[in-house]
Design a protein around this ligand. Structure first.
Ligand code: NSS
Length: 431
């Protein structure tokens, strides 16, 4: 049964080659004694011609009655034929239905979006979804390669936690054997602990946000690529973010031309080449003001503000130095102007908005304690996090990148859920 050959290999083989392919019937056209099957596997689609009299009668009948998405084993000969969709056709000699479809395959042209999402477990067979998932895998592998090559060590952090990183409003509460616990919003605090052992760390795992926002860019569970560096200030981490993102875009560009073509997309790695523009929060407010959008000093940006701002740029760009009241308590206030923090969001151009958030962390014990109190939080809940400032604390910085946000932007997807195998949104935990 072991599969030796993929469709993409067969498409490249010389006329007359003998092949055996394992795959699924994507479509079928019957012309009397001749059946054309579109055989799909993970690598592509190839036309298979099944002719009565050439294949044994019983097998021809099986092909005739096989429903869409039946799994088949086909053997035959490669023919180069300009009439075939990819210029190549398999003349079938033997055909075996390995796993018949028991019903008509429910996904077909014209079905409603909700139906497609309810049947995501079947829809992911589509070449378009397969292309997106391959690109996703290559994007992550490019990220890992880059981080490893720069000396970052991968760590794995817990998903059950006891205190908020990014504010209480988006915490998923769970009953942990009678105690209150939450699902993690970010591995940042664990990474901050890990740098005192490993100095440069990263993790790639899900984060959870109980965000009831039904937007095209919010998930309740998303994959978070986070990194943290000891002995690093704001400017150092901004350089890491821009170099990493460029490596990810380049990785996709270099590995995925076929998939990009299938998605009818061109990406230009130069448009993600560092350095990225840096504007301060104050400058962002001025730009928005000129566009007639008033933001009160201290407010975080919503989707509308980010969209309008990011229409002004051709490249990803940083918005730096946010007011301390706009973001979480751990951000390091600036020495010269303590009203703002040494942090930054990276926004993608063209209306997409935030894809990375990060900056320098407070490493002084008293300052952190003060900020925890200022935010109305209980220092007891942050005891171990405060502890990190008690023993050899050093300046450090880090960031979190939303994997689906980056894919959404890079592939210009209609909705962030298109970047996930099985998306989780307020309206969807099934399938
Ligand atoms: O809330 S963040 O802006 N920042 C943090 O969680 C930091 N603690 C990360 C760190 O410094 N280690 O989230 C970071 C990124 C953000 O820029 C988005 O790209 C993504 O995580 N993100 C999301 N993606 C999809 N859906 C939702 N709801 C979401 N929330 C954040």
């Amino acid at each position: 049964m072991l599969k030796k050959l993929y469709v993409e290999d067969a498409l490249k083989m010389p006329e007359g080659s003998e092949v055996e392919l394992l795959g699924w019937i994507r479509n079928k056209r019957i012309h009397g004694g001749l059946i054309f099957l579109d055989l799909r596997d993970r690598s592509g689609i190839i036309q298979v011609a099944v002719k009565r009299g050439v294949v044994p009668d019983g097998e021809f009948e099986q092909a005739e009655s096989a429903l869409r998405e039946s799994a088949v084993r086909v053997s035959g000969t490669v023919r180069h034929d300009p009439r075939a969709p990819n210029g190549v056709e398999i003349r079938c000699r033997r055909l075996e239905v390995i796993g018949p479809s028991l019903d008509d395959f429910p996904i077909r042209k014209g079905v409603k979006v909700k139906f497609v999402l309810d049947n995501r477990h079947l829809h992911i067979r589509s070449p378009r979804v397969a292309a997106i998932m391959k690109i996703r895998a290559r994007l992550l592998s490019a990220a890992r390669n880059w981080l490893e090559s720069r000396g970052f060590i991968e760590v794995n952090c817990p998903s059950f936690i006891t205190a908020a990183v990014e504010g209480g409003a988006t915490l998923f509460e769970i009953d942990y054997f009678g105690r209150k616990a939450y699902l993690t919003q970010s591995s940042q605090f664990y990474q901050e602990a890990a740098i005192y052992s490993l100095e440069k760390v990263y993790s790639l795992q899900p984060s959870f946000r109980a965000e009831l926002s039904r937007t095209r860019r919010h998930l309740t569970e998303f994959w978070h690529l986070e990194a943290e560096m000891a002995y690093a200030e704001l400017e150092d981490i901004l350089k890491v973010i821009e170099e990493l993102l460029y490596a990810m875009v380049l990785g996709v560009y270099e590995s995925s031309q076929r998939e990009l073509e299938l998605l009818k997309l061109k990406i230009d790695p130069d448009a993600a080449k560092p350095p990225y523009p840096r504007i301060s929060y104050a400058e962002a407010l001025e730009i928005l003001d000129r566009k007639g959008i008033k933001v009160r000093w201290g407010d975080d940006f919503g989707a509308d503000e980010e969209r309008e701002l990011s229409k002004e740029f051709e490249k990803p760009f940083f918005v730096t130095y946010w007011p301390r009241e706009a973001k979480a308590f751990y951000h390091m206030p600036d020495r010269e102007n303590p009203d703002v923090c040494r942090n930054a969001d990276l926004l993608a151009p063209g209306g997409f908005g935030e894809i990375v958030g990060g900056g320098q962390r407070i490493h002084d014990y008293d300052q952190l304690l003060e900020r925890i109190r200022e935010n109305g939080l209980n220092p007891e809940d942050y005891k171990w996090y405060l502890d990190l400032r008690k023993y050899g604390s050093v300046p450090h910085s880090g960031f979190g990148l939303g994997v689906e946000r980056v894919l959404w932007w890079l592939l210009k997807l209609p909705h962030i859920r298109d970047a996930c195998l099985f998306p989780r949104t307020p309206a969807r935990v099934y399938p």
